[in-house]
Design a binder for this molecule. Structure first.
Ligand code: PEP
Length: 252
């Protein structure tokens, strides 16, 4: 039984004060949401304050990235232990904006996943093809490469702690959502990759979120698809009302 998860990725939005105000306003809107897990991913600067504000609620906190080393000369980076110390429990890894803006590779994604798991953080690992790749019918090839590189060398117990987010890059921040059927097809393909390399039990167990212009008015159709286990939401997660409407998709 896969418990759905709805996560909000705030990217480089919200000061500490704005982030805390968001949590204060979100809390009463999602207290009754026992059908899914709720996660918000503020910028690094607000992690501690958001984790404190969310203490004792059903809202968990994620970082948006991390370095794989425990410590070292990596200006501007933070480690898994530093994230865990804030009270965050999850970390987004391999977001397409990291892959594009910072040339992040599958090998780096793999190192980050391993470091996150060692520290007890739950990785939310993003994969997805660009528009050029989709139009060239290379979606499966790209997902296979990201899957094999990103998840290389993980034992079944390690893999069981991972959440995958399928985010077609052409649907992120563009207003173009993959249709529920397109998303479900990619999710089926990804689950098939898990089945081939790690077996049926993990394939049935792994949660695969969809991300890419998810909004209150399309979440229900996406969640109705078999194999879509939640959403990673960017733009529509920035306002408590709209994020809560996505979390509460069963009631919309
Ligand atoms: C994201 O950043 O992960 C994302 C899916 O963004 P948006 O919902 O704005 O497309």
């Amino acid at each position: 039984m896969r418990v759905p998860l709805i996560a909000g990725n705030w990217k480089m939005y919200k000061t500490i004060a704005e982030a805390v105000e968001f949590v204060v306003r979100l809390k009463p809107l999602v207290t009754a949401a026992d059908h899914c897990e709720v996660v918000v991913a503020p910028p690094f600067t607000a992690l501690r304050a958001v984790a404190d504000a969310a203490k004792g609620t059903n809202i968990a906190v994620a970082a948006q990235d991390m370095h794989w080393d425990k410590e070292g000369a990596h200006t501007g980076d933070i480690s898994a232990a530093m994230i865990a110390e804030t009270g965050a429990t999850h970390v987004i890894i391999g977001h397409s904006e990291r892959r594009q803006d910072h040339a992040e590779t599958d090998e780096q994604v793999n190192r980050k996943i391993k470091a996150a798991l060692t520290t007890g953080l739950t990785p939310i690992v993003c994969v997805g093809e660009t528009l050029v790749e989709r139009e060239a019918a290379r979606m499966e090839e790209v997902l296979r490469r990201q899957f094999q590189g990103g998840f290389a060398g993980l034992t079944p117990p390690e893999f069981s702690r991972i959440i995958i987010a399928y985010e077609p890059v052409w649907a992120i921040g563009t207003g173009r959502t993959a249709t529920p059927e397109m998303a479900a097809e990619s999710h089926r393909f990804l689950r098939g990759l898990v089945r081939q390399s790690l077996g049926e039990t993990l394939a049935a167990q792994v949660r695969i979120l969809y991300g890419g212009s998810v909004k209150p008015d399309n979440i229900r159709g996406l969640m109705a698809q078999d194999g879509i286990d939640g959403a990673l939401v960017g733009g529509a997660s920035l306002k408590p009302d709209s994020f809560a409407a996505i979390v509460n998709y069963l009631r919309s």
